[in-house]
Design a protein. Structure first.
Length: 423
């Protein structure tokens, strides 16, 4: 039986007693979804964004101050760099210097944060802010720009990593850097200096944008919404049942914790409530029709707007287990990009009178999901009355997406190119 850890000078690993072999046995690292740098122009996202990083004297914005700030702004895809040391006006604790290696002497002649407010506002104006742990950076940077701190308005690349790559060996900036094998630009200041951290974050963020693009997300607002969704943890973090799968934690302990602890973060609370719901619905068949409320009662789950389904889950505790499970499955399906859209469209066509043939054809077609949807959409668009009739039984968002799929691809001319003289 594996019992102990090798604490010697070699890489730490597990030792099998009695074998005489003290070589470390390391668990294999899960493969990364991709490796190397990604070029921004290869992605479909075109909005301006700004990668932000700050180093601070501590984590309490009421008493602590910024000592280093950097902003990597992408304006029309072109990077602009702003960074500066900052005089915090208070001593830098040794515990903080141990992280970023910035001392009182380093910042003695640096500007105060108030002196940098204008260039910081200019660098962020019109851009969506991105940070690795936006929960911290937003609390320090938002007040400098004159707005109330609101991390939900930022894109957090740490949350994105947990959503997109739960198999990652860890979620800190430097681990992701080496896992993805990116090569970051450097100002030569080293890890935990703001500008070099920005250069690391942008390479990870471009991998994340590629993954979000593959999921069917089309703009940075959708990426932000995806990042802000609750993160479901696999293991219990509390000491009594630490590192046990939630399925093995007693229900009464989960219920007691939810009742008596007001310091639970939103992700843990969501995970625990979801585990209780899972146990309550294990033997329940998910409902295909919504049996709750008034506005959409009786409709297929696939025909109910996303924001309404989210509201039902978020605000209503008396939803039946069958409805709750049906909504959760529908929401998971919608988050699955093009393939999820095919499933949703097939459900709607199957239930709409007169469209059974199209539903059957969609189920039989092979190839990329968007191509299959395009074939169906163009068939329906040939007959305007049929299209109008379909639009009475499917939601507006599905109709709009179908029209996008129906748009013909631009034809490539087979004629030989001829050079034209410049005027």
């Amino acid at each position: 039986m594996i019992q102990s850890l090798d604490q010697g000078h070699r890489a730490q690993g597990l030792i099998i007693p009695g074998t005489g072999d003290h070589s470390p046995i390391c668990e294999p690292t899960p493969p990364a979804p991709g490796q190397g740098n990604i070029d921004l122009p290869t992605l479909t996202f075109r909005e301006d964004f700004a990668v932000v990083d700050v180093e601070v004297t501590g984590v309490d914005p009421d008493v602590d101050r910024i000592v280093d700030v950097a902003i990597l702004r992408f304006r029309n895809g072109v990077p602009e760099v702003f960074h500066s040391l900052v005089n915090p006006g208070i001593p830098i604790p040794p515990t903080a210097s141990a992280v970023h290696h910035i001392t009182d002497e380093d910042v003695a002649n640096s500007p105060y944060i108030e002196d940098l407010a204008e260039p910081i506002r200019a660098a962020l104006n019109g851009a969506l802010a991105v940070a690795h742990n936006a929960q911290l950076d937003a609390l320090f940077v938002d007040p400098v720009t004159g707005v109330e701190p609101d991390p939900s308005q930022w894109i957090c690349s740490l949350r994105l990593a947990k959503h997109l790559w739960p198999q990652a060996p860890a979620f800190d900036n430097q681990t992701l850097r080496y896992w993805l094998k990116t090569t970051a630009r450097s100002a030569g200041l080293g890890p935990h200096r703001a500008v070099d951290d920005c250069f690391v974050t942008i390479e990870t963020f471009l991998h994340q944008l590629m993954a979000c693009q593959d999921k069917g997300l089309r703009n940075l607002a959708q990426v932000r919404e995806f990042a802000n969704r609750p993160i479901v943890s696999a293991l219990c973090p509390f000491r009594k049942y630490q590192d046990l799968p939630w399925a093995e934690v007693p229900a009464d302990y989960i219920q007691w914790t939810l009742r008596n602890r007001d310091d639970l973060d939103a992700d843990i609370r969501y995970t625990m409530e979801g585990e209780l719901d899972r146990r309550a619905t294990t033997a329940v068949e998910p409902s295909r029709h919504l049996n709750f409320g008034k506005a959409h009662k009786g409709k297929l789950m696939a025909a109910v707007p996303t924001d309404y389904l989210e509201w039902v889950l978020r605000e209503n505790k008396d939803v039946s287990p069958a409805d709750r499970l049906g909504i959760q499955l529908e929401m998971k399906n919608r988050a699955n990009g093009h393939d999820g859209f095919v499933e949703r469209l097939h459900t709607l066509l199957s239930a709409a009178p007169g469209f059974r043939a199209e539903a059957d054809l969609l189920a039989k077609l092979m190839g990329p999901a968007e191509n299959r949807c395009g074939i169906i959409a163009r068939m329906l668009a040939l007959d305007a009355p049929q299209w109008e009739r379909l639009c009475t039984v499917i939601p507006n968002d599905v109709a709009a997406q179908l029209k996008l799929y129906a748009a013909p691809e631009p034809r490539r001319s087979s004629a030989p190119r001829t050079s034209r003289p410049r005027p």
